[in-house]
Design a protein around this ligand. Structure first.
Ligand code: CP
Ligand code: NVA
Length: 298
């Protein structure tokens, strides 16, 4: 039984196990040899909106033989203030695993501790580990090993996505460049803890030069809506567009974890030019979730 709470704590060998399994689950969709969740019910407890993560986990659980129970955090007593420790002890006695999307990272950690069932972080303010595992799987599917490659993240360098990328970089030995304005650069403590080759800069063209992949995420993450105007002003310019793509390697990939806001973090033409990659990336959430679930119960 394992938890996926943060990429910081995921051993390198487990990264490799999940990435290998995702490839097999993709190839064998509709004819999986094993049903590792047979007879199990997994609870999805979400305090924030979701399309990809929710659908990929619900479909993935069913295709691995299990049942998915979606719980909007506002519909259960948690939303009225029941402590996470008590919610965890209840769900832990009924469900076989939990997938949680919430605000505080400490909540998924507390849930895992008290529920004693495999617990998966489906996005917190601090990290989005399932997304980065999918992104790496997608990169390797299209371009081979990510080792020694250059990945450039553009935009809000302090949110959950870049943080999960930072922890992955040291584990899988690729160069990560984060192009972000000073106010939205990652916490120095995280960079120090993670190690690896991570370059943080305000110089967007320099960060894009020679990159194997340009990656972006929304400027206004869930929970930050009150800061929208300020963020759009400060982050304006940190956009993936044709001029930026020209600076990267000739065959550079462009990825976006989605949802995308055209004209903000990416322009419409660049988004459409790379839509095949971006929606393969979205589809790969399903195959990677299965690999994560299979790993969590083994
Ligand atoms: N990328 C991602 O996690 O999408 P959702 O918010 O739709 O789940
Ligand atoms: N940083 C974004 C990711 C969405 C998948 C958010 O937290 O809203």
């Amino acid at each position: 039984m394992k938890h996926l709470l943060s990429l910081e704590k995921l051993p390198r060998a487990d990264f490799e196990t999940i990435l290998r399994a995702a490839k097999i689950f993709k190839r064998t969709r509709g004819a999986h040899k094993t049903q590792p969740l047979k007879g199990q019910t997994w609870a999805l407890m979400f305090s924030k909106s979701s399309t990809r993560t929710r659908v990929s986990f619900e479909v993935g659980i069913r295709e691995l033989g299990g049942n998915a129970l979606f719980l909007n955090a506002n519909d259960i007593q948690l939303g009225r203030g029941e402590p996470i420790q008590d919610t965890a002890r209840v769900i832990g006695r009924m469900a076989h695993g939990a997938i949680i999307r919430t605000f505080a990272q400490s909540d998924v950690e507390t849930f895992a501790e008290f529920s004693k069932i495999p617990t998966i972080n489906a996005l917190t303010d601090d990290e989005h580990p399932c997304q980065v595992l999918t992104d790496i799987f997608t990169f390797e599917e299209m371009r081979g090993s990510i080792k020694n490659k250059i990945i450039t993240f553009v935009g809000d360098g302090a949110c959950n996505m870049p943080v999960s990328w930072i922890f992955a970089a040291a584990k899988l030995n690729f160069e990560l460049r984060i192009a972000a304005p000073k106010a939205f650069q990652p916490d120095a403590k995280i960079l120090k803890r993670a190690g690896g080759k991570v370059i943080v800069t305000e110089d967007l063209p320099a960060a894009a030069k020679g990159a194997d992949m340009l990656y972006t995420d929304v400027w206004v993450s869930m929970g930050k809506e009150a800061e929208a105007a300020k963020r759009i002003k400060i982050l304006g310019g940190y956009q993936i567009n044709a001029a930026l793509v020209k600076l990267a390697k000739k065959d550079a990939l462009v990825m976006h974890c989605l949802p995308a806001y055209r004209g903000k973090e990416i322009d419409a033409a660049t988004f459409e030019a790379h839509a095949d990659t971006i929606f393969t990336q979205a589809e790969n959430r399903l195959h990677t979730q299965k690999a994560i679930l299979n790993w969590a119960v083994s």
